[in-house]
Write a protein that binds this ligand. Structure first.
Ligand SMILES: [Zn+2]
Length: 269
């Protein structure tokens, strides 16, 4: 399933093959410069260089190459926190901004070798950061995270985490642990978070999600047994919702919403 439309397949991460270039401007606090309409405020590459900024390559989309820069806030610009800024962007904006943020995070957090402590330098052959003294090359970190839509006929199980905006419910998610398959993580996370058992999870699709460097692996699974039991900390409420009486849902750009909408459409067809 293609959550972000046709742009997903035309995105060329790490490649500079566009006819022109734009720079995504972010602050040290991972805020994004935006226009009045909520779109990313994009500098032309030359303009960014003239300002003394140091853009890093994100990739090319539909003939436009995108860079990202992280700098002290520029007074004439308006900045918005990353999460609310991203979720209102369309896919053409979401992909380069999300990638720029993750590349900038990687460069900032791997300035020194994790093994010997010496400064790293950009690899000449790929997107890695290389340590010459001990020959270790590190790459942008990607953390797999399962996200599961649990179904029971016309009902779906949705939950609220404390950080969610008022009234919003979403599908359950959690990181895959070292040594664990994604499917195992689905069973474990669901049981830990809401106390129910599920049947075999079925893969639906994936989405890069820069909080902080997640690869969301979307699954659908039928409820098998058990009543909802929550811990009240990670999850503050969880309920079965009928597909014709759903609560406030995550934004359209999210894989969670994509899976919910797809299931509702299937049931109604
Ligand atoms: Zn080293």
């Amino acid at each position: 399933m293609n959550w972000l439309g046709d742009h997903e397949v035309s995105w060329l991460p790490g490649l500079d093959t566009g006819h022109s270039s734009r720079v995504v401007v972010t602050s040290n606090e991972r805020s994004v410069a935006v226009t009045d309409s909520g779109a990313p405020c994009l500098f032309e590459l030359d303009d960014a260089l003239i300002r003394g900024l140091d853009p890093v390559l994100a990739g090319t989309l539909d003939g436009m190459t995108y860079y990202g820069v992280r700098a002290r806030p520029i007074q004439s610009l308006t900045y918005e926190a990353l999460r609310p800024a991203l979720i209102q962007m369309d896919s053409r904006q979401f992909i380069p901004v999300s990638t720029a943020i993750q590349v900038l995070d990687f460069l900032e957090e791997h300035q020194y070798c994790g093994r010997c402590g010496q400064p790293t330098e950009a690899s000449r052959s790929d997107r890695g950061l290389h340590c010459e003294p001990c020959r270790l090359t590190q790459y942008p970190r990607i953390s797999p995270c399962v996200i599961v839509l649990i179904t029971r006929g016309d009902d779906i199980l949705l939950a609220r985490a404390p950080r969610f905006v008022e009234g919003m419910y979403s599908t359950l998610a959690g990181f895959v642990e070292a040594g664990e398959s994604a499917e195992h993580a689905c069973h474990r996370e669901i049981f830990e978070e809401v106390g129910v058992s599920i049947k075999q999870p079925i893969f639906q699709g994936s989405q890069s999600w820069p909080f902080k460097h997640s690869l969301m692996l979307g699954y659908r699974a039928e409820w098998k047994s058990g009543d909802i039991q929550i811990d009240g900390e990670e999850i503050v409420d969880a309920q079965w919702f009928s597909i014709d009486r759903l609560p406030k849902l995550p934004p359209k750009a999210s894989i969670s919403r994509g899976m919910i909408d797809a299931y509702v459409a299937e049931r109604l067809s």
